[in-house]
Design a protein around this ligand. Structure first.
Ligand code: GAR
Length: 217
C-alpha cells in the first residue's frame, strides 16, 4: 500500500519533482496527497498542479499572528490525512506541536553534512571555510532545527573549480536521488525513529548512511 505523503515546500520544488518522477515510474511506493507551501508563488505548487496533486498555499501574512497561521496550516495538512511529511525546501521552522504530531513520520532534506552547517547559505559558508567535503542530509524532523536523527547523506568532494552555483547543482543532483531512496525505506517499513535515533531494518543508526556522489549519479 502506498504511503500517503504530504510535501511541504517553499521554492523551486526540484526535490518534489524528483519524488514525483520516481513515484510515477514505480520506483517509489508513495502517494503524494498534497503539496503545501507558505509561499503562493512557489514553483513547486505549479509542479503539483501540473501533476494533478492538490496544492495549497497558506501565506503567514493572511493570518493575525504566527500561532493562528500554524493552526490553519496544521489543519489543512490534517485534512489530507498524510502518514508521512516530506519537507523539500520548506523554509519555515515547524512549531513544536507539529513536530510532535508527526514525530517519526516527518523527514527533511538539508544541503549540508549535518551536524555541520545547519541553517542557511551552506554553499557559501562551506566554500569560505575551505571545506574538502559538502553534501546533503536526510533527517527526521524534531523540535531541534536541522538536528533531528540523521538518516542518510550524499557526500561529495569540493573541487578547486567549484563555486556556489556548481556546488549547489552537484548537491541537488545528489539530493534528487537520495531523498526518494530514503522515502522508499519509509514506504517499505524499513525506516523508523526509535527514541532519539533513526533505525533502519531494526538497527539503530549511530551515524547516517553515507552515499558518495559517484554512487548516486
Ligand atoms: C534543497 O536543496 C534543500 O536541501 C534545501 O532547499 C533546497 C530546495 O530546493 N533545504 C533547506 O535548505 C532546508 N533547510 P528545491 O525547492 O529545488 O527542492
Amino acid at each position: 500500500m502506498s504511503l500517503r505523503t504530504a510535501v511541504l515546500l517553499s521554492g523551486t520544488g526540484s526535490n518534489f519533482q524528483a519524488i514525483l518522477g520516481q513515484a510515477a515510474c514505480g520506483n517509489l511506493e508513495i502517494e503524494v496527497v498534497a503539496a503545501l507551501s507558505d509561499r503562493p508563488g512557489a514553483q513547486g505548487l505549479q509542479r503539483a498542479r501540473d501533476a494533478g496533486i492538490p496544492a495549497a498555499a497558506l501565506p503567514p501574512s493572511e493570518y493575525q499572528d504566527r500561532r493562528s497561521w500554524w493552526e490553519a496550516f496544521a489543519g489543512r495538512l490534517r485534512s489530507f490525512s498524510p502518514q508521512v511529511l516530506a519537507l523539500a525546501g520548506f523554509m519555515r521552522i515547524l512549531p513544536a506541536s507539529l513536530c510532535d504530531e508527526y514525530r517519526g513520520r516527518a523527514l527533511n532534506i538539508h544541503p549540508s553534512l549535518l551536524p555541520g552547517y545547519p541553517g542557511l547559505n551552506t554553499y557559501r559558508r562551506v566554500l569560505e571555510a575551505g571545506e574538502a567535503w559538502h553534501g546533503a542530509t536526510v533527517h527526521f524532523v524534531t523540535r531541534d532545527l536541522d538536528s533531528g536523527p540523521l538518516v542518510a547523506q550524499a557526500r561529495l568532494r569540493v573541487t578547486a573549480r567549484d563555486d556556489e552555483a556548481s556546488l549547489k547543482a552537484r548537491v541537488q543532483a545528489c539530493e534528487h536521488v537520495l531523498y526518494p531512496r530514503v522515502l522508499q525505506w519509509m514506504a517499505d517499513g524499513r525506516l523508523e525513529m526509535v527514541g532519539s535515533r533513526a533505525a533502519l531494518d531494526g538497527r539503530e543508526l549511530l551515524k547516517p548512511i553515507v552515499f558518495e556522489e559517484k554512487e548516486l549519479l
